[in-house]
Ligand binder design. Structure first.
Ligand SMILES: [Zn+2]
Length: 185
């Protein structure tokens, strides 16, 4: 992405571009549509396999939550002490790196977090690169499609938000941010 720099002189060293959140959401919506998914929970394991990626789930000590190995067409997800909701978000995140072709522009580091952190907050959180924000945004929209969420009656009660997190098999935190994004709370 170095070519963009002369047109965008405001970008600092190591930040060639901002996060393309709306592109990430569009890409997730396309996947939901392509597979004609209609109701939660989104079968993210199936989606990974349908993309020709091998899903490797195992217990590994340390902070790594997951990683995409594009050359091997492999998604690794760490299952150690991690809830199903967190593993699913990691799967969505790694699939996002694949769908958004992030590996073509950057070395992909191991992902050491799951859904923790404010993925909508952009540049505010340190150490959060554009591609990580995009992968998280993709995961959120994939696992909690806006068109499904918006069929709920507003404003949502906190009890219903909790029910939705269980229904969509996502964390309360991830559901909360998605509900905030669609102004459902
Ligand atoms: Zn990542």
């Amino acid at each position: 992405m170095t070519d963009d720099r002369e047109y965008q002189p405001e970008f600092g060293e190591g930040e060639a571009r901002g996060a393309r959140r709306s592109l990430a959401r569009q890409m997730a919506k396309k996947v939901i549509k392509e597979f004609r998914l209609k109701s939660p929970p989104v079968d993210v394991v199936m989606l990974i396999r349908e993309r020709g990626l091998r899903l490797v789930q195992s217990e590994v000590p340390g902070a790594v939550s997951g990683q995409l190995f594009p050359a091997q067409s492999e998604v690794f997800v760490n299952t150690r002490n991690r809830s199903l909701a967190r593993q699913r978000f990691t799967m969505g995140h790694e699939l996002g790196h694949w769908e958004l072709r992030h590996y073509l522009e950057d070395e992909l580091p191991a992902d050491s977090y799951g859904f923790a952190g404010v993925y909508e907050a952009g540049g505010e959180s340190e150490g959060r690169s554009s591609i990580e924000i995009e992968a998280n945004t993709f995961a959120a929209e994939l696992l909690m499609p806006g068109s499904w969420i918006k069929t709920e009656k507003r404003p949502l009660s906190s009890g219903r938000a909790t029910e939705l997190a269980a229904l969509y098999q996502v964390s309360h935190e991830a559901m909360f941010y998605q509900l905030m994004h669609y102004k459902m709370l």
